[in-house]
Write a protein that binds this ligand. Sequence first.
Ligand code: GLU
Length: 302
Amino acid sequence: MRGRFAPSPTGALHLGNLRTALVSWLQVRADGGDWLVRMEDLDRVTASLDHERDQLSSLAALGMTPDEPVVRQSERFDRYEDAISTLRAQGRVYECFCTRREIREAAHAPHGELPDGAYPGTCRELSTTQRAAREAEGRQPALRLRAEGERFVIDDLLAGRFEGGVDDVVLRRNDGVPAYNLAVVVDDAAQRISHVLRGDDLLTSTPRQCLLQDLLTLPRPTYAHLPLVLAPDGSRLAKRHGAVTLQDLAERGVSPTGVLARLGASLGLCSPRDSVTIADLVVEFQLETLPRTPWQLQSTDL
Ligand code: GLU
């Protein structure tokens, strides 16, 4: 088994990120496999090496160190461009000149079961004249995948059976940066990842990744999508909610061991007051028994 944690190094990891990393680590370690970290630092404006170092030290403080050198997506653009060339040769790539605002406005109509923010296909069939007009306005095109109404069924180890469609997902942004869905598929295959465990906010993107795997003839990992950690108001946990990073918690007197016990308790693996080690959690770990609902924090937790 080979698993990975793939954060974007854009800030300190919070309890939600750490919990996902922990479950991925436990899944792989319980099987005696290798656990990797990949920095999804495609966006060089928001990502930094300082954040990368800080994230790796948070993981290490909880007992998680990668078994292979950390891979950075910012150093692998040539691989993503090769994948785009392969898709282009299949007639599966087109230029999209839409602005974010145009996409938002056009995306108002419901699209059935397509993922959130699904692109309505505005630029799919542009004529040469229409394309030239957009270029003359100085617009830089993004590249999109030409999807053909494909649908995929995913037998997710945590979310169960999920079926979803694929839209014309972005492959390269209009600033030249390769897009997440393309990079993740290329890298999971290149790193021979057999098991992807990540937040369930990415479940609806998984059919997009399945189509890209098929078109690029890459193997499909086994997926497990973990429910997110929620703030007391029900929104997705973020730094603004309070004491959520290891540093915040240390300032309140909660040691890494205390954090591990809280995370372990949220997964039903120990009591929050236990003095646990990560090795104790591996002994208790069984993916099938993990909670299938989000972990909602109370205001007293923060
Ligand atoms: N980089 C993504 C994130 O931070 C995770 C991608 C993945 O696990 O596939 O949400």
